[in-house]
Design a protein around this ligand. Structure first.
Ligand code: GP9
Ligand code: MN
Length: 645
């Protein structure tokens, strides 16, 4: 009995079976894969088999007991990779891609929150390996010391390849163009499993790096034609009203619009921001249908969207993988046209998200990173400096800037996992039982208080009155992993449709000398910010490659494009590829026109990707006055500054 079951081949099949079961359990219990039909259900179950056969199968070529050791090693590596995805998924509701891995100095978006993401029951995911090791020790002495006949492992590999072909065939039948449309990683994991996803991702990464080499100057023409055609003429009443004015751009970390006017325990969560929204003195215009569009690059993607009007990449953060590309970013344009000083304020290390490289390409003159701030223990939480000391300490630096300036103030405390000390929490947590959702309101309140203080200081300094002040949310703070708690918060079940609607983030702007319009309902998004600002200061935005359109323009395009190819219009929403009516939230059959817009959205994303992958802006000259950015002029960090002086 022992001989047969625990022969080398028996051991191999036990390993395959255990890895198969484990992978399946993880797919079901850890990932939110949105299974919609029987084929998908079957494939989810079936897909680990081919990977287990193929990867573990290679071990069978080894001689004698070594085959067993190789099986254990390969199994452990695969398990580790899967588990890393589990941890990453808990934070980002997404899978690890190679570009995110090369960001390990940032830990992707995990950072200090990793301890919150591992659980005791995770030990269960190592049980199969322990069983294998025990089995190996117990049975190895009965194994033959010779190498197996090649025929056997070859047969195993052939079986694996066959299983994979069946898998891919069924997947393609259910979802044509699965591999060519790279928008959504969820689909690939659902149909082909996370091991095949890793291979797919590696090939994708390789392909994107060859694209730069293969690109030439003619490639930009198609993009230029498209964006010039999409361009919306400025609103003549607003063109140039903010010429030469300081611009203070305030980044609200992880802030979603549902917080505005939300009441918890009978009190407003963000009374100060609410007061700006309902501004009686008519300073601010608030866009209540403004959406974030970020992908894996989170904050970095928001920065890219706002300062370049390009879409983020489907994998990784362009800030990191395309950090040395040529850009024609808003700061550089402001500098060249109206001699702005460009500065970023952020209480984190300058290299996070590769900012200290990409900011040079953007033409950022000064980057006040953590080296400029008092990073004492009591001033720091989570990723970095707390928002209150951040704004306080930024004031003198802001005042020191030569005017006009474009200053980007990036907050940080309201970030997953929303840590706050009891003394600083001025509102009680929510009571959903989901700790990060419950604390989300407390750090939002803290941010609101910090902002209020900053406004007071701005007014005192004299900077408030004559500056453009723009406030925006960078991305969601509550991912779809928290749908159950969000149901309690919003009082509604979080369907795909509802989840998409929740991707609204605040956008508000005060323009000196121009009355605020109160709340406007125009559908708009982060990619629209750059052309809007260019027109406000009186620069012709048409010269530049931009995918957004001026939000104040009559010709503004009211469709909001998401990275995964979904989109939102004032009438309907496309979520996970399905069309929904905005009024009812019910599924609808798309009309021809709707399908055409969907095609257009996909085309637009593809063009934007081309710009980034091909580094196409190196071939583009916006106008005869344009000077390519000289990156050698910039260096960041307090010490670098001292060297200069
Ligand atoms: C870190 C901060 C957070 O500097 O911008 O980035 P995120 O995790 O939101 O991408
Ligand atoms: Mn962020």
């Amino acid at each position: 009995m022992k001989n047969k079951l625990f022969s080398k081949m028996g051991f191999f099949f036990v390993a395959v079976l255990l890895l198969w079961i484990k992978s399946y359990l993880i797919y079901v219990y850890e990932f939110n894969l949105d299974i919609q039909n029987g084929i998908q259900e079957f494939l989810l179950f079936f897909n680990p088999l081919s990977s287990a056969l193929i990867f573990l199968g290679f071990a069978l070529f080894a001689k004698g007991k070594r085959a067993g050791i190789w099986i254990i090693v390969i199994d452990s590596l695969m398990s580790f990779m899967l588990y890393a995805n589990v941890v990453y998924y808990r934070s980002a509701a997404d899978y690890i891609t190679l570009p995110t891995l090369t960001q390990t100095s940032n830990f992707g978006s995990l950072g200090g929150s990793i301890a919150n993401l591992v659980a005791w029951h995770d030990l269960f995911y190592a049980v199969d390996i322990i069983i294998l090791i025990a089995l190996f020790i117990w049975s190895k002495n009965d194994w033959s010391v010779a190498r197996m006949q090649k025929k056997k492992p070859l047969l195993v590999l052939a079986a694996g390849v066959m299983a994979f072909s069946i898998n891919l065939g069924l997947a393609e039948a259910d979802r044509p163009e699965l591999l060519t449309r790279t928008f959504d990683r969820n689909y690939i994991v659902k149909y082909l499993g996370s091991y095949n996803f890793a291979i797919y991702d590696a090939l994708q990464t390789l392909r994107s790096s060859t694209q730069r080499v293969l690109a030439d100057s003619s490639d930009i023409t198609e993009v230029e034609n498209y964006t010039k055609n999409k361009y919306a003429e400025p609103n003549p009443e607003l063109f140039g009203v903010a010429e030469g004015k300081n611009i203070i751009k305030i980044h609200l970390e992880s802030f979603q619009s549902f917080l505005i006017d939300y009441e918890l325990h009978g009190e407003e969560v963000t009374p100060f921001l609410n007061s700006l929204v309902h501004d009686e003195s008519k300073n601010f215009t608030y866009f209540d249908n403004f959406f974030h569009q970020v992908a894996q690059g989170k904050t970095a993607d928001a920065e890219l969207l706002l300062d370049t009007s390009l879409y983020p990449l489907p994998q990784g953060a362009a800030f990191v993988t395309k950090g040395n590309n040529t850009y024609q970013a808003l700061p550089a344009i402001l500098k060249q046209n109206q001699d702005y000083t460009n500065a970023v304020f952020h209480g984190d290390n300058k290299s996070f998200w590769n900012r200290d490289e990409v900011y040079k390409q953007f033409g950022i003159d000064k980057f006040f990173d953590s080296s400029y701030y008092n990073m004492t223990e009591e001033n720091v939480i989570g990723y970095g400096l707390k928002d209150k000391p951040f704004f306080k300490e930024s004031m003198p630096m802001l005042k020191s800037l030569e005017e006009p300036f474009y200053a980007h103030m990036m907050t940080l405390t309201h970030h997953h996992p929303y840590l706050i000390s009891p003394e600083e929490a001025s509102i009680k947590p929510a009571e959903t039982g989901d700790p990060s959702v419950d604390r989300y309101f407390q750090t939002a309140r803290y941010l609101d208080e910090a902002l209020k203080q900053f406004f007071t200081d701005l007014k005192e300094s004299g900077l408030y009155k004559d500056s453009v002040i723009m406030i925006y949310g960078d991305h969601y703070g509550i991912s779809e992993n928290h749908n159950a708690a969000m149901k309690q918060i919003t009082g509604e079940k979080i369907t795909d449709f509802k989840h998409t609607q929740l991707q609204r983030v605040p956008y508000m702007i005060k323009i000196p000398g121009v009355d605020g319009k109160g709340t406007v309902h125009e559908y708009s998004s982060q990619v629209d910010v750059m052309p809007t600002l260019l027109h406000l200061v009186g620069i012709n935005a048409q010269d530049y490659i931009q995918f957004g359109t001026d939000m104040f323009s009559k010709g503004h395009k009211e469709y909001v494009v998401f990275r995964d190819g979904d989109f939102v219009t004032p009438e309907y929403t496309v979520a996970s590829g399905k069309f929904y009516d905005n009024d009812t939230g019910e599924k609808i059959e798309p009309t021809k026109e709707m399908k055409e817009l969907q095609e257009k959205v996909h085309h637009e994303l593809k063009l934007s990707d081309k710009v980034l992958y091909g580094d196409l802006l190196r071939f583009y000259t916006p106008n005869k006055n344009w000077e390519p950015v000289d990156t050698s002029k910039f260096s960041y960090g307090k010490n670098a500054k001292q060297e200069e002086e």
